[in-house]
Ligand binder design. Structure first.
Ligand SMILES: C=CC1=C(C)c2cc3[nH]c(cc4nc(cc5[nH]c(cc1n2)c(C)c5CCC(=O)O)C(CCC(=O)O)=C4C)c(C)c3C=C
Ligand SMILES: [Fe+2]
Ligand SMILES: [Fe+2]
Length: 362
């Protein structure tokens, strides 16, 4: 059969709404054997590596997949917990927290699920379970605040490819970014303030974002702009002056030029410029993962300290903090307008009227 149908369909079943949160993906275990197929799927995606297919096939299969899995597995071992990979654990908890919030307001109308773009649980399996549970409307939120073709665009590809195989398609909404969502900006600013309350301030605050090849920016990807926008909005809210913070890009892979300044070079250079204490935040990561815990928390700490830095603090990602989940819940609800049960619609209308009233009073 060419097109998949819903299993167990009955005519009298209630229509549901599916909420799907996604993140990048992670290996099944911190071993060379598990990392290799994960990296193969990830790095074979032409949204991630935009090189001529034949050339890249030889580099990937001849060099990268024979060298990187061992190194990556060793790094993954340092962050793995009894529950598994941090990225997967946080994403699971985020889905759980959102499900509780939806159940309180929307009753049993909404089903929340989570998926990974690469590895498990796959996007196909999550869409399968949402549609089989009767979802006729689906909203997808890739947990990347800043749009990038390599991450957000690729997530859309996976969903579109899945839909190509379906007979009965749902109504569909896709949240492609939330870079300037006031709730998101406030969450980042508040987490920095909470860190300051506990530990005091440092000479500088560094905003480190995952990098991408520079040529993607030159070809029109908005990611670079959106990272700087995030830094600008957060530092405006915190009232920081230009000397008090910096933006940099981490996690470079391969020999191409990536977005600069590089985080590792910055760490090595800052102490000689008089920055002896440093606080680092990674606002592009909605969950802590290998790239934050190991790369920023450990590897870059060493660069900073080896070069004369004295105090180094990594400020954790928002993960499943209540304020983060409240913000994501609101973002999702705003993108589900018209899908709400009546009492939620009423509340939206009242809020709109209140906002109008306040506007008129000013
Ligand atoms: C080779 C090209 C890569 C591009 C382009 C890229 C973009 C990109 N990635 C993230 C978020 C994450 N990346 C993570 C791991 C990771 N990323 C790459 C390569 C590229 N990323 C590799 C090879 C790896 C695997 C780990 C390693 O071997 O070092 C992760 C963490 C996954 C985990 O399991 O913890 C995240 C999250 C963004 C946001 C992005 C572009 C904006
Ligand atoms: Fe990455
Ligand atoms: Fe890395």
């Amino acid at each position: 059969m060419k097109y998949k149908s819903q299993t167990g369909f009955t005519h009298n079943q209630a229509d549901k709404i599916g909420v799907l949160i996604t993140n990048l993906g992670t290996p099944q275990a911190p071993t060379k054997q598990a990392v290799k197929p994960y990296l193969k799927q990830f790095l074979s995606d032409t949204r991630v590596v935009e090189l001529p297919k034949a050339i890249w096939w030889f580099i990937l299969n001849g060099i990268i997949l024979n060298t990187r899995p061992k190194r990556s597995a060793a790094a993954y071992k340092t962050v793995w917990s009894d529950e598994g990979s941090p990225l997967l654990v946080h994403t699971k908890n985020q889905a759980k927290g959102l499900a509780t919030r939806f159940a309180e307001t929307w009753g049993d109308k909404v089903i929340v699920d989570y998926a990974m773009r690469y590895g498990q649980p796959s996007i196909d399996s999550a869409i399968d379970s949402l549609l089989n549970a009767g979802a006729r409307k689906i909203v997808v939120l890739p947990l990347y605040p800043q749009y990038c073709a390599s991450t957000t665009g690729s997530t859309f590809d996976a969903i579109a490819n899945d839909f190509l195989k379906r007979r009965w398609l749902p109504d569909f909404r896709f949240i492609s970014q939330y870079v300037d969502n006031p709730g998101y900006i406030k969450c980042i600013a508040d987490t920095i303030k909470a860190h300051w309350d506990k530990h005091g301030r440092a000479d500088k605050l560094l905003f480190s974002y995952h990098g991408i090849p520079k040529k993607y920016l030159l070809k029109g990807d908005p990611y670079h702009c959106q990272c700087y926008k995030t830094t600008r909005l957060v530092t405006d809210l915190l009232g920081l002056g230009p000397d008090e913070y910096m933006t940099s890009f981490q996690s470079r892979v391969g020999i191409d030029e990536w977005l600069k300044p590089y985080t590792d070079d910055t760490m090595k250079a800052l102490p000689s410029q008089g920055v002896k204490s440093l606080q680092v935040i990674c606002p592009g990561f909605s969950s802590d993962c290998l790239e934050t815990i190991e790369e920023i928390g450990e590897e870059n700490r060493e660069y900073f300290e080896e070069n004369g830095g004295e105090r180094y603090e990594y400020i954790a990602s928002l993960n499943s903090d209540d304020a983060h989940l409240d913000m994501l819940f609101e973002l999702l609800q705003n993108n589900m307008q018209g899908w709400q049960p009546q009492h939620v619609e009423d509340e939206f209308e009242q809020r709109g009227l209140r906002a109008k009233q306040l506007g008129a009073e000013r």
